[in-house]
Ligand binder design. Structure first.
Ligand code: NAD
Length: 488
């Protein structure tokens, strides 16, 4: 088989770009290794400026006809795209697991259906984008949601299929065309999505994918003079670089970034449910932006609650993400493993206590023990920085004011969870925390109609529901003087 196709878990995956409906190879390639077993999965075409120029030109050319179809014309195509994702559920799930190490069962039962829903939901919601009129004394303001143009969509490796569809769903439904830059550590399911979109009848050039290294391909994309939107999900540091490109060209940018969210357990909480949620933070080996990595427990119940959490964590099997019983899979790469263990080692040196874990797991080179760090010094590195691994911090508090101050004492503001049986108390604390999403007595429930995004260093703007369309359209007011048209 040529370098242009890799066979992954029995599935043939193109390793080349997808530009104007055709596969395009680059001279240079970069290796992609599986976190599951460390073996080489594929050598993927490494795009640069030339490939980005071709992709943006293809997207620009396809834009007028795609926009002119309107939401009703786009709906059947996008619906078939969503159906195609579901029809290829097993293949997508298996490739995603080999590509980024996420749990196969989770991919099959949650992520692939969600990816299909991302496409279908926004295609249907776009039907409501008919605009509306605001009556003024002299004029009628006709508010229109016009497609913005060509969107640059950039995604991270921890959830590539979920996040790519979360972006292309509203982007294409609103009438835009797209150039996607998948993550270099896990680019392969994105390639399958291109085939499925094409088979669904998506016109050539509406969706283009250029693989490559962030600093090269991503940089060429965000600095391209002919893009109209940048939607970025990834780290805060990269957002600072991309933001400079967006500022130079005054291109609207949406940024969904890192987090260090609080998980607050009050003394009146359902402690069994809260303990399960704490253990659940180790999912995807903690490589989850929304993870509640700062566990804050009311001092009165801290000891008994700790026992419950220990019980829940003790049942979590670390191992091969393809096996049904596994709860914690590998970290994505050796480089990332070293980053995670570096945080833990420096925390140990600074006097933090390893309540459990704190080392690599003997299952394999990239596997890390679920870890709980106690005795965390306020404003230390482990207290403030996003680790992005199975590493949680344990804190105790007395009273609402203290926990609100602790939760807000972070450069991030992405998520957060709060467990309490008192509605008044829960809503008071929730209202005082500066964050994009705060779950009360639950975790990770995400309705696509609801807004999603981060406060502080966790992001700019909101996507989801109508907020996605605010971002992916040019909202225009056609203000018409009353009685100014000839009457027939
Ligand atoms: P990253 O910032 O290193 O990379 C993200 C993407 O940006 C990749 O595709 C990369 O190739 C690209 N990129 C890198 N440099 C670039 C540049 N100069 N110009 C253009 N593109 C560039 O992030 P990562 O390590 O892939 O992902 C982990 C981070 O993503 C974590 O901080 C995590 O919290 C965050 N994340 C946030 C959300 C959210 O919804 N808020 C979701 C998932 C992950």
């Amino acid at each position: 088989m040529s370098e242009s196709t890799a066979t992954i878990a029995g599935v043939a995956v193109s390793t080349d770009h997808f530009i104007a409906g055709k596969r395009v190879a680059s001279k240079g390639r970069f290796p992609v290794y599986s976190p599951v077993d460390g073996l080489l999965l594929a050598k993927v075409s490494a795009g640069g400026k030339a490939e980005m120029d071709a992709a943006v030109a293809a997207a620009r050319k396809a834009f007028p006809a795609w926009a002119a179809l309107g939401p009703k014309g786009r709906l059947p195509i996008l619906r078939r795209f969503a159906e195609g994702i579901l029809a290829h559920k097993e293949k997508l799930a298996a490739v995603e697991t080999m590509d980024n190490g996420s749990l196969l069962a989770g991919n099959l039962h949650r992520i692939v259906p969600r990816a299909a829903h991302n496409i279908q939901f926004f295609a249907e919601w776009a039907l409501t984008l008919e605009g509306h009129a605001i009556d003024s004394p002299e004029v009628v303001n006709h508010v229109r949601y016009d497609p913005a143009g060509v969107a640059a969509l950039i995604t991270p490796w921890n959830a590539p299929m979920m996040l790519t569809t979360w972006k292309i769903g509203p982007c294409l439904a609103a009438g835009n065309t797209a150039v996607v830059k998948p993550p270099e550590w896990a680019p392969l399911t994105c390639s399958l999505l291109a085939d499925i979109a094409q088979a669904a009848g998506l016109p050539d050039g509406v969706l283009n994918i250029v693989q490559g290294i962030g600093e090269v391909a991503g940089d060429a994309l965000v600095n391209h003079p002919d893009i109209d939107r940048i939607s970025f999900t990834g780290s805060t540091d990269t957002a600072r670089i991309i933001g400079q490109a967006a500022a130079r060209s005054i291109t609207p940018m949406s940024a969904e970034l890192g987090g260090k969210s609080a998980l607050i357990v009050c003394d009146d909480a359902d402690l069994d449910a809260a303990a399960q949620t704490v253990a659940g933070q180790y999912m995807n080996a903690g490589q989850v932006c929304l993870a509640g990595t700062r566990v804050m427990v009311e001092r009165k119940i801290a000891e008994s609650f700790l026992e419950k959490v220990k019980g829940a964590v003790s049942h979590m099997k670390v191992g091969d993400p393809r096996e049904p019983g596994t709860r914690v899979g590998p970290l994505i790469t050796k480089e990332h493993f070293e980053r995670v263990s570096g945080f833990v080692e420096r925390a140990k040196a600074a006097g933090a206590e390893m309540m459990w874990g704190g080392n690599g797991h003997n299952f394999g080179e990239l596997y890390y023990q679920p870890t709980m760090v106690g005795n965390v010094a306020r404003h230390s590195e482990i207290d403030q920085k996003e680790v992005f691994g199975p590493v949680l911090n344990w804190y105790t508090f007395a009273g609402d004011d203290e926990v609100i101050a602790m939760a807000n004492d972070s450069p991030y503001g992405l998520g957060g969870s709060l467990y309490s049986r008192s509605e008044d108390r829960a809503m008071r604390i929730a209202g005082a925390i500066k964050t994009g999403t705060l779950w009360v007595n639950c975790f990770f429930v995400r309705d696509l109609a609801a807004p999603f995004g981060g406060a502080k260093n966790s992001g700019i703007g909101r996507e989801g529901g109508v907020w996605s369309f605010d971002f992916y359209t040019d909202i225009k007011n056609v203000s018409v003087r009353k009685d100014s048209f000839a009457q027939h």
